[in-house]
Design a protein. Structure first.
Length: 288
């Protein structure tokens, strides 16, 4: 569950987010949202991922984004029921307003962040923005010229394996042979969000001060990561609960065989070469 600040201003005016958190799938954005959601100077929408820019520029995302907005408000309400916690009326009104009528226009996007209290920095945590095309990133730069950008990355092979295992779990499938695993590696969905060689230069070209965080640092030095993020966002140091806890950990078992791992290493070597060439060997190694 994403922890958000209890502060909620029902009379707040529409506003733009001050920062975007984007990145590869299975690279730690949910963990970072869990941490920053505890910070009194940060406000994250209750459904976390706004999906505004990719709805506008990646047409293939629109169908499942519709599912996201049909289901997330229901999940929030059910969460309150399970915990026997009354649903705050202002939160219920907000969810109804955000998910009804015309959506995904510029004013709607600013209304998403209206409840952020004065003095709190609204953040948009939508990892999928990392895959925006050139014209999409150009639009972000024009629409949010002062925004801070945090981009999370993970070792290409580890990230792809984690995503593959997550997909199999969701689909309740098991792969029994090397041939089954190798065939699964041909699914282009596995690689769309981990194409660092395409996406990182696209974002760094428009936001040269973008903060890039390797997944390995979250596991190895989570407190140090949070100090770096706080400094980048210009917010005060904070103590965080569950700093070392994984948010969405894949269950044990059903690991790919050696043949599949070797094939992935070969397929993804260009991505590793890019990370080493552009971010440095030491930095790239921290993605694990």
């Amino acid at each position: 569950m994403i922890t958000i600040s209890p502060a909620f201003d029902p009379a707040g005016l529409p506003r733009k987010p001050a920062a975007l958190c984007i990145g590869a799938q299975k690279a730690g954005t949910s963990w970072l949202a869990q941490m920053l959601g505890q910070h009194p100077q940060v406000w994250i929408p209750p459904f976390k991922e706004v999906q505004f820019f990719n709805h506008r520029f990646i047409s293939g995302h629109r169908k499942w984004i519709g599912w996201h907005y049909r289901n997330k408000p229901q999940e929030i309400r059910q969460r309150h029921q399970r915990r026997n916690v009354p649903m705050p009326p202002e939160l219920d009104d907000y969810l109804n307003a955000i998910t009804s009528g015309q959506m995904f226009h510029n004013q709607w996007y600013k209304r998403v962040f209206a409840p952020a209290p004065e003095g709190a920095m609204p953040l948009d945590f939508t990892p999928e923005y990392s895959a925006l095309p050139d014209e999409g990133v150009d639009f972000v730069r024009q629409f949010l010229p002062k925004a801070k950008i945090i981009y999370l990355i993970r070792h290409p092979v580890d990230r792809t394996i984690s995503q593959l295992r997550m997909n199999l779990l969701r689909e309740q499938r098991r792969l029994n042979t090397d041939a089954d695993w190798l065939a699964e590696l041909d699914n282009p969905v596995l690689y769309e969000r981990g194409d660092y060689a395409t996406y990182l230069p696209r974002w760094q070209g428009r936001f040269p001060d973008m903060l890039v965080i390797p997944f390995g640092r979250i596991a190895g030095d989570p407190a140090g990561v949070m100090r770096q993020v706080e400094d980048y966002l210009g917010i005060e140091p904070q103590s965080y609960h569950d700093l070392t806890e994984k948010v969405f950990a894949n269950p044990e078992g059903h690991q790919p065989p050696a043949a599949a791992i070797a094939a992935l290493k070969q397929r993804l070597q260009p991505q590793m070469d890019f990370l080493i060439r552009n971010l440095g060997a030491d930095f790239a190694s921290q993605t694990r």
